[in-house]
Design a protein around this ligand. Structure first.
Ligand SMILES: Cc1cc2nc3c(=O)[nH]c(=O)nc-3n(C[C@H](O)[C@H](O)[C@H](O)COP(=O)(O)OP(=O)(O)OC[C@H]3O[C@@H](n4cnc5c(N)ncnc54)[C@H](O)[C@@H]3O)c2cc1C
Length: 386
């Protein structure tokens, strides 16, 4: 019997580690990713200002597992009906059960020019490209404007890094940073107290926030916007345009982010979790695309796959096993805003040093949980000095 995990982000790494201990030894376990290293993506914006953090947020996959076979290859296609994966080499992998953990790609929703001119942020290379462009504009010595489209978790944190970078380079007085958000507040998917604290932290760093402002188009020097209520259209000139306005399904899923219910089951034998799917949890709530959710869904998928494998190995004797249901429950949320941080713990919002310490401990706690101890230690140092 063969179980495969597709994608080695938070969901895939956590799922594979769980399956290593829960699956019977006779079951083959394979993890496929196009990269040889696991990226701690929720810290990648830090590399815009602190390139040295890269050592702490990339973990070689071969250091993380005991028995899983790691295949480094780009997945071209997944057929969850046929239990088959096609790799870029043309090879195929057939499976009995799979965890689909391919994450999401940046979506431009077909807005003209956005994919061409908006820099995405999903990888270390993306962060380096943003840093290079920002420093170029700062070093030119003139006034410049950096525009961030989309104020979700990534947009907020990019704006914070850019503001603090300008400050550190002594250019805060001539670098304007504008965040454009279509909905009514920054961090729109999160609690109101958290939104207010994030908006305050951005404003304290001189970031201008324009809410209810949708990007409609981009050229090589302007972003066109439309106010959601008044319909007023405005052109915003930019020197740097970062697009963090949305996510769509991974290319290997033809852009699809399928909906799965709380058992995370996409088909009889394929489970989908993390950003790759739109998950509705056991309370009927839409689960936000986040590292927190990806990590928390993995034990449920591992448990369900293990139950089904056990049943198969038992010649399907008796009823099909009951599936465990995913209920998304987090103690809170934390974002960095440049050299500061905002955390919501229960109903309480925390900022300043306590929030920074919490942010460092959450990232390090995750790395420790996957046994990446060196990276965990380095991350604490990087975060506290950020
Ligand atoms: C700048 C930024 C800041 C963020 N901040 C936060 C935060 O503060 N808190 C939070 O909870 N979340 C945050 N997030 C969101 C979080 O990073 C994602 O929700 C999380 O990474 C999803 O995990 P995942 O395992 O589903 O996917 P990913 O971590 O994206 O992993 C997907 C994996 O699949 C692999 N893959 C994809 N396609 C292929 C293919 N065709 N072939 C082979 N391999 C493939 C990729 O290489 C990758 O390893 C942030 C995201 C960004 C970009």
């Amino acid at each position: 019997m063969h179980v495969v995990v597709l994608g080695a982000g938070y969901a895939g790494v956590t799922l594979t580690r769980k399956l290593e201990s829960s699956l019977p030894a006779a079951v083959d376990l394979t993890l496929v990713d196009e990269h040889e290293r696991h990226l701690v993506q929720h810290e990648v914006h830090r590399a815009i200002r602190r390139p040295s953090i890269v050592d702490a947020i990339e973990v070689p996959l071969d250091s993380l597992f005991d028995r899983a076979e790691i295949v480094t290859a780009r997945i071209e296609d997944v057929d969850p009906e046929a239990n088959r994966v096609v790799l870029d080499s043309g090879e195929t992998i057939d499976y009995d059960y799979a965890g689909l953990c391919l994450g999401a790609d940046t979506a431009d929703y077909g807005l003209p020019g956005v994919a061409d001119y908006g820099l995405p942020l999903k990888s270390v290379d993306d962060a380096e490209a943003i840093r290079e462009r920002a420093l170029e504009a700062i070093d030119a010595g003139d006034e410049a404007r950096f525009v961030v489209g989309g104020a979700g978790l990534s947009g907020v944190q990019v704006a914070g890094e850019l503001a603090t970078l300008a400050e550190e380079e002594g250019a805060a007085d001539r670098i304007e940073i504008v965040v454009l958000e279509q909905l009514e507040s920054v961090a729109p998917a999160f609690p109101a107290a958290f939104q207010d604290a994030v908006a305050e932290a951005l404003a304290a760093r001189g970031v201008e926030i324009r809410t209810e402002t949708a990007v409609s188009e981009a050229t090589d020097s302007t972003v066109e916007t439309r106010h959601e209520r008044t319909g007023t259209e405005r052109s915003v000139d930019y020197d740097l345009f970062v697009w963090t306005g949305g996510i769509g399904g991974a290319a290997a899923m033809a852009g699809d982010r399928p909906i799965v219910r709380a058992d995370l089951r996409l088909t009889e034998s394929t489970f989908a979790l993390g950003d790759a799917a739109r998950v509705v949890d056991a309370d009927g709530e839409a689960v936000p695309a986040s590292a927190s959710a990806a990590i928390r869904a993995a034990p449920v998928a591992a448990s369900n796959i293990t139950r089904l494998v056990g049943w198969e190995l038992d010649d399907r004797t008796g009823f099909e096993p009951r599936m465990e249901l995913f209920r998304f429950d987090v103690p809170g949320w934390i974002v960095s805003v440049g050299d500061g941080a905002v955390a919501q713990v229960g109903p309480k919002v925390v900022t300043g040093k306590p929030a920074k310490a919490l942010k460092a401990s959450v990232g390090a706690g995750y790395l420790t949980s996957v046994q990446a101890i060196r990276q965990a230690t380095e991350l604490v140092g990087e975060e506290l000095n950020a």
